[in-house]
Design a protein around this ligand. Structure first.
Ligand SMILES: C[S@@+](CC[C@H](N)C(=O)[O-])C[C@H]1O[C@@H](n2cnc3c(N)ncnc32)[C@H](O)[C@@H]1O
Length: 297
């Protein structure tokens, strides 16, 4: 499938990269956003790209080759962004979640539409595949993951079926869900896969770490943008950004006791228009939020 960076023109407009600026793309993927951002900061600007997936990083390396020394690519997890960046940057950007090759390659186990090993890791060089996680997790852990990260009703009966079947492939997991939910299974499948993906990749903690570190890595005038794809992620982004732009008041006098260090660039999340959704149905749940760290007056 052709690679379509999500909310590309919106991200470029809101992050507004300028010649000479430095960028950290914390989820490089196939470098669609990175290439567009980078082309705006040349000739003197630079980009550091991070991705947990070595295969995506290899593809991105080819795509960004024409930019030469302006690009530095790092295999790693964005939860460690503070140790990757040695100096603050003008733009930090993250386009969370799964890329097209993850869905399209049955060997990665991300899609219930084709059979393959139940892996679901972004980084196959570390951690354990979902099949192994399910083989060792107890019922309470599995049920909690399904409830919290899949927001599933019927989590307990799916768990019982998983414990009996200990699925090793996407097809076997699908059969467990069907056994538990019957005719309701098809509508729950995406949530089951999402819950397991979040569990094996430690996605919630990684996002919390990124949201805590990212704003502090901005130079004065810098911008931080995040594209999320489901309500759990978006809630975390929204809450973290709201806390950063909120002025704290003295509870007794009502006077401001702290001025907010950051400013919202997007008052509401920016979402794809109908044309983009027709062109790229995977974009339908995307939400982009951006804050900035204004320079001192
Ligand atoms: C939606 S894709 C990014 C697509 C990219 N913006 C583009 O235009 O090609 C998300 C990427 O983030 C990576 N990723 C997910 N979680 C990560 C994490 N915690 N740390 C680093 N990379 C991560 C995935 O491997 C995937 O390549």
């Amino acid at each position: 499938m052709q690679h379509c960076p999500v909310l590309l023109s919106e991200a470029i407009t809101l992050l507004s990269p300028k010649p000479g600026e430095s960028i950290c793309d914390a989820t490089l993927g196939l470098a669609g956003h990175a290439e567009a951002l980078l082309s705006k900061v040349l000739p003197d600007g630079a980009l550091i790209g991070i991705d947990a997936d070595p295969e995506n990083l290899q593809e991105a390396t080819k795509r960004l080759q024409p930019f030469g020394d302006a690009v530095q690519l790092v295999h790693g997890n964005f939860r460690d962004i503070a140790s990757v960046l040695s100096t603050p940057v003008d733009i930090v950007f993250a386009d969370l979640g799964v890329s097209s090759p993850h869905f399209d390659d049955p060997a990665r186990g991300f899609s219930f539409r084709s059979d393959g090993p139940l892996d679901l890791r972004f980084d196959r060089t570390s951690g354990v595949p979902a099949s192994e996680w399910l083989a060792h997790a107890d019922a309470e852990e599995i049920a909690q993951a399904l409830r919290e990260w899949g927001e599933l009703r019927g989590a307990w009966s799916i768990t019982q079926s998983i414990i009996r079947g200990r699925p090793a492939t996407t097809k076997q997991l699908q059969e467990c869900v069907e056994e538990a939910l019957g005719w309701r299974a098809p509508s729950a499948m995406a949530q089951v896969f999402q819950a397991l993906r979040i569990a094996v990749n430690g996605e919630i903690q990684a996002l919390q770490d990124l949201l805590a570190a990212g704003p502090r890595l901005l130079r004065p005038g810098g911008r931080f943008g995040v594209i999320s794809y489901h309500s759990l992620e978006d809630r975390l982004v929204k809450q973290a950004f709201r806390a950063l732009v909120t002025v704290h008041k003295d509870p007794h006098t009502g006077q401001d006791i702290e001025t907010a260090m950051y400013r919202l660039i997007t008052k509401k999340a920016v979402v794809p228009g109908p044309e983009e959704i027709v062109r790229n149905p995977r974009a339908r749940s995307a939400k982009l939020r951006v804050i900035c760290y204004p320079p001192p007056l």
